[in-house]
Design a protein around this ligand. Structure first.
Ligand code: URA
Length: 260
């Protein structure tokens, strides 16, 4: 690792509590050690064949037309507001985007939560704060270095997982959003974003940690799948993987590895 990567790693490790004497869960040092796991014979690595893209729920024709007709980001935001969805009735504010649209890097999350709904901006709650700290640790600031949106522009009631029909309704808008923002690289935050935009059956733990190409019908851009910050808040053990993804992103943006 070079100096920049080491400094970034160090700052995130401090941020994530590596210098704290207490672990997040108590450790019973008097407990009997766990029995060793049975050793299974090594199996040769088998390359997995590329999976066929999964079929998505049908996209309503009216949504596809509204999205295609939007000539710029303002028009797209107005088109999303006009799209008929029950989510629009229960949410407070449309959550469209934040950050620097000309940065060349676009992050796509899942759906707004309560804080985002209140403020009308993506990733402003606790998971957004973690996201900002993670990206800051590789030298990227929201105001200048990346742009953010979500698969859904409205908060699902009670923060439930988006349904297939909701995802299908808003997919043409997200794809048009990516097209109009025209980023060189896309980061897919969490399973809903990664599976939807990659049209993949695999879960995020299999998709993360490497560059993919969005399917041609989704714009064919390099896209890195990584863990959602809300998941990292619930599963601190996964921070190591998230850190690896950030380093890969940084190296790619610096031109030290190709996004493939
Ligand atoms: N989680 C998301 O996926 N998006 C947000 O904007 C906030 C939380």
């Amino acid at each position: 690792m070079d100096r920049d990567a080491l400094l970034a790693a160090l700052s995130l490790q401090i941020e994530w509590g590596a210098d704290e004497a207490l672990a997040e869960a108590p450790v019973d040092r008097f407990a009997a050690p766990p029995a060793p796991a049975p050793v299974s014979p090594a199996r040769p690595a088998v390359a997995r064949p590329a999976a066929a893209p999964i079929p998505l729920a049908p996209v309503p024709a009216a949504a596809a037309r509204l999205a295609a007709d939007a000539k710029d980001l303002n028009a797209l935001k107005a088109a999303i507001a006009a799209a008929d969805s029950p989510l629009r009735e229960t949410a407070t504010n449309l959550v469209f985007s934040d950050g620097n649209v000309t940065s060349g890097l676009m992050l796509v999350g899942e759906a707004p939560g309560a804080d985002e709904d209140r403020q009308g901006k993506p990733f402003v709650g606790v998971s957004g704060q973690l996201l900002d700290r993670m990206f800051a640790s590789i030298g990227l600031k929201r105001e200048s270095d990346f742009y953010l949106t979500n698969i859904l522009p409205w908060r699902p009631p009670g923060n439930r997982t988006p349904t297939d029909a909701e995802i299908a309704l808003f997919l043409p808008f997200v794809l048009r959003h990516i097209e109009l923002a025209d980023p060189r690289h896309v980061v897919l935050l969490g399973g809903v974003s990664a599976k939807t935009l990659l049209r993949a059956k695999d879960g995020i733990t299999r998709l993360r940690g490497r560059w993919h190409q969005l399917p041609p019908e989704h714009g064919g851009r390099p896209a890195l799948a990584t863990l959602h910050p809300a998941y990292l808040l619930r599963s601190p053990h996964a921070k190591r993987d998230a850190w690896g993804d950030l380093v890969l992103l940084k190296r790619t943006l610096d031109g030290r590895v190709a996004p493939s």
